[in-house]
Design a protein around this ligand. Structure first.
Ligand SMILES: NC(=O)C1=CN([C@@H]2O[C@H](COP(=O)(O)OP(=O)(O)OC[C@H]3O[C@@H](n4cnc5c(N)ncnc54)[C@H](OP(=O)(O)O)[C@@H]3O)[C@@H](O)[C@H]2O)C=CC1
Ligand SMILES: O=C(O)[C@@H]1CCC=N1
Length: 270
C-alpha cells in the first residue's frame, strides 16, 4: 500500500479488525493510522499508531483522507456527531455498515460529506475478501482510487453506480462467509451421523470446503462445470445431489435466506 494519506478506522471489531490485519500485512505505516475502539479487549496494540478509545482522544490535527466506519449499524448514530468535524473536503468516509445508506450519512455528517458505501467480507483478513462500493455525490476520483487501494489490499473490489444493489450484495457476499462455515458444520455433523469420528469429520469437511474454494478460485471452469466434474454418472455424488437439488433442496433455502438477509439490510437503513 502506497500510503499516500492518513487512515482512520472507527470500530475495530470483527470486520474492522479483519481489514486492519490485511492492511498491516500489506505494509500500512502505523504513523499513518489512527484507530478509535472503545473496547479494551478489541483495541489493537500497534507501535506508532494512534489507538484511542474515543474520537475526542484523536491527536490534534489528525485529518485522515479516509475514515473507515466499521461500527455496528445500531451504534452508528452515536458515532457520527463526533466525526462531523472531519466532514470537510479532506476526508472521505468509507462506511462498511450493513444497511446504512449514503443519504443517512449525509444527514448525520452534513450534506457536503463525501461518502463511499461499501460491503466487504471477513476473508479480508487473509486477503481473499470481496467488496462492492458505491460512491455518493462529490467523491473525487482520487478518493475512489484511495478506497480501491485500501480495499484491494484485502481482496477484490467492484464498484457499482447503483446503491440499490447493496442490500442484495450484503446478503450474498457480506453475510456469505457465514453460510459457507455453516456448510462445513453441517457436512461434519452429517459425517458423524454416517459413522465418522468427530475430529475426522470436521477435518474432512473443512479441507473439502477450503480446497473446493481454492479450486474455484484458480479454475476457469464455471461452478456448475466443477460440480459436474465431481459427479460420476450413476455414482455417489449424483445420489446426494438428487436431494440437494430437489424442490426442497438448497436453492429454495438459499432463495429465502438471501431474501431475509436483504430484507434485514433494508430495515437497518434508518
Ligand atoms: N462481521 C462481518 O462479517 C461484516 C460486518 N460488516 C459491518 O461492519 C460493521 C462492524 O461489524 P462487526 O465487526 O461484525 O461488529 P463488531 O461488534 O465486532 O465491531 C464493532 C466495533 O465497534 C466498536 N464500537 C462501538 N462503539 C464505538 C464507538 N463509539 N467508536 C468506535 N468504535 C465503537 C465496538 O466496540 P465494543 O465491542 O466495545 O462495543 C466493536 O469493537 C457493521 O456495521 C457490519 O454491518 C460488513 C461486512 C461484513
Ligand atoms: O450480519 C451482519 O449484519 C453483518 C453484515 C454482513 C455480515 N455481517
Amino acid at each position: 500500500m502506497a500510503g499516500r494519506g492518513k487512515l482512520l478506522l472507527v470500530g475495530c471489531g470483527k470486520m474492522g479488525g479483519a481489514m486492519l490485519e490485511g492492511w498491516l500485512e500489506q505494509g500500512l505505516k502505523p504513523a499513518d493510522l489512527a484507530v478509535i475502539e472503545p473496547g479494551e479487549a478489541s483495541r489493537p496494540k500497534i507501535d506508532g499508531a494512534a489507538v484511542v478509545a474515543a474520537v475526542d482522544a484523536l491527536p490534534a490535527g489528525f485529518v485522515p483522507d479516509i475514515a473507515v466506519l466499521a461500527v455496528k449499524p445500531q451504534t452508528m448514530n452515536d458515532v457520527l456527531p463526533g466525526l462531523r468535524r472531519l466532514a470537510g473536503d479532506a476526508t472521505t468516509f468509507l462506511s462498511i455498515a450493513a444497511g446504512k445508506t449514503i443519504g443517512y450519512f449525509r444527514a448525520g455528517l452534513g450534506e457536503d460529506a463525501r461518502i463511499v458505501r461499501a460491503m466487504p467480507n471477513t476473508p479480508a483478513a487473509v486477503r481473499r475478501g470481496v467488496t462492492v462500493c458505491v460512491a455518493g455525490p462529490g467523491v473525487s476520483e482520487l478518493a475512489k482510487a484511495r478506497c480501491t487501494e485500501l480495499l484491494s489490499a484485502v481482496g477484490d473490489v467492484l464498484w457499482t453506480p447503483d446503491e440499490g444493489v447493496m442490500d442484495a450484495v450484503t446478503a450474498v457476499s457480506g453475510s456469505g462467509p457465514a453460510y459457507v462455515f455453516l456448510l462445513v458444520e453441517a457436512m461434519a455433523e452429517a459425517g458423524i451421523k454416517a459413522g465418522l469420528p468427530a475430529d475426522m469429520a470436521m477435518t474432512l469437511a473443512r479441507a473439502t470446503v477450503a480446497g473446493s474454494g481454492e479450486l474455484l478460485r484458480r479454475s476457469s471452469e464455471s461452478a456448475a462445470q466443477l460440480r459436474v466434474n465431481v459427479t460420476s454418472p450413476g455414482g455417489t455424488t449424483a445420489e446426494a445431489l438428487k436431494i440437494l437439488m430437489s424442490d426442497i433442496g438448497i436453492q429454495p433455502l438459499f432463495d429465502s435466506a438471501i431474501a431475509a438477509a436483504a430484507r434485514r439490510s433494508k430495515e437497518l437503513a434508518g
